[in-house]
Design a protein. Structure first.
Length: 130
């Protein structure tokens, strides 16, 4: 089981889940799951701008500069939350390009803490994305 200590996120380790799995398989360890040991909550963030009318799906590949900026903004402008995983698109960006959309919704998994619990109990929770 991957565990974390206070003030250290498990998310960076999960980025290496495939490599960890392969390494353990190489030494004969099979039949396990890598998972967070921290309770999480999925938040839906609507109307995330994809760019101007000429944006391309490759602009939003998982390791792209725009994706990194999105993750950094989520953390920088929401200091009370800690991302539990990388944000996920609700719909594929390729489909949105075909549909000529310029905004999309994402799912953001955050670690549950006192602030998240309190904020999510409100009729209009606050999560900033600039």
């Amino acid at each position: 089981m991957l565990t974390t200590i206070d003030d250290v996120s498990a998310e960076p380790a999960l980025r290496f889940a495939v490599a960890i799995t392969r390494s353990l398989n190489d030494i004969g360890i099979y039949g396990f799951d890598l998972a967070l040991d921290i309770p999480t909550l999925n938040l839906v963030v609507n109307s995330v701008p994809l760019g101007d009318d000429d944006w391309k799906p490759e602009d939003w590949e998982i390791n792209s500069e725009k994706w990194t900026v999105l993750e950094n903004e989520l953390s920088a402008f929401n200091t009370h939350i800690r991302l539990a995983d990388r944000p996920k698109w609700i719909k594929s960006v390729s489909t949105l390009r075909i549909e000529d959309k310029v905004k999309l919704s994402i799912i953001v998994a955050v670690e549950i803490n006192e602030w998240v619990s309190k904020e999510c109990s409100k009729p209009h929770p606050f999560l900033a994305l600039y």
